[in-house]
Design a protein around this ligand. Sequence first.
Ligand code: HEC
Length: 200
Amino acid sequence: MSAGSNDPRRGRRMLLVVAGALALVLAVVAGDRFGARAQARSQQGSQPYIQAYSSIDAGRYLVKVGGCNDCHTPGYMEADGQLPESEWLVGSPLGWRGPWGTTYPPNLRLFVQETPEDLFVQILHTRKVNPPMPWPSVNAMSEADVRSIHRFIKSLGPKGERRPRALGPGEEPEAPYLDMTPHNLPEGAMAAAPFSLPAR
Ligand code: HEC
């Protein structure tokens, strides 16, 4: 028997193809709508980009997955992240030395007490220097997420002491530091980097 136009198998195949195409169109439209809604939400700044029970919970999550403890909490990496929240973000006396000078991760528990939420948002959205702080990452955070981070850190309360001030490229650090000197770079490569210590 030849597969003519009224072959039932062919009809079923056609139906499957049409249903598949329809499902794809629906998925694309739904995905687009979801993306647009998420974007609108983050731009409004009224709630966190991520879903959480509260702004503080969102902040706790963002700090944890954002790697803030890696540098701002002494011993966090060494303890494989198993440090109680009460010890988080007190800053570190260990310097990071490179072509920009030597920077010390500041005490964020004190910083949020002294820095109102609006100013905190402005700083995280606009500051560009210095390494190794991941400024491009925090520059890209939604406003609501930055506010959540501020609220979470503030909820931990003030703790710890101030960290050493940053040193310029020519200054010799007295405290312990990590050496981030680049090696084997092509001539003049570092000159193009946007490194400069802010006036303090
Ligand atoms: C790789 C290390 C590193 C990581 C990861 C890191 N920071 Fe930093 N952070 C620093 C250093 C170093 C400085 C000081 C930079 C300077 O002196 O210019 C800094 C500065 C800051 C400041 C400015 C404070 C002040 O006193 O001016 C804020 C706010 C901050 N970090 C928040 C965060 C948050 C929030 C996260 C997580 C999303 C984070 N940091 C992750 C190293 C880090």
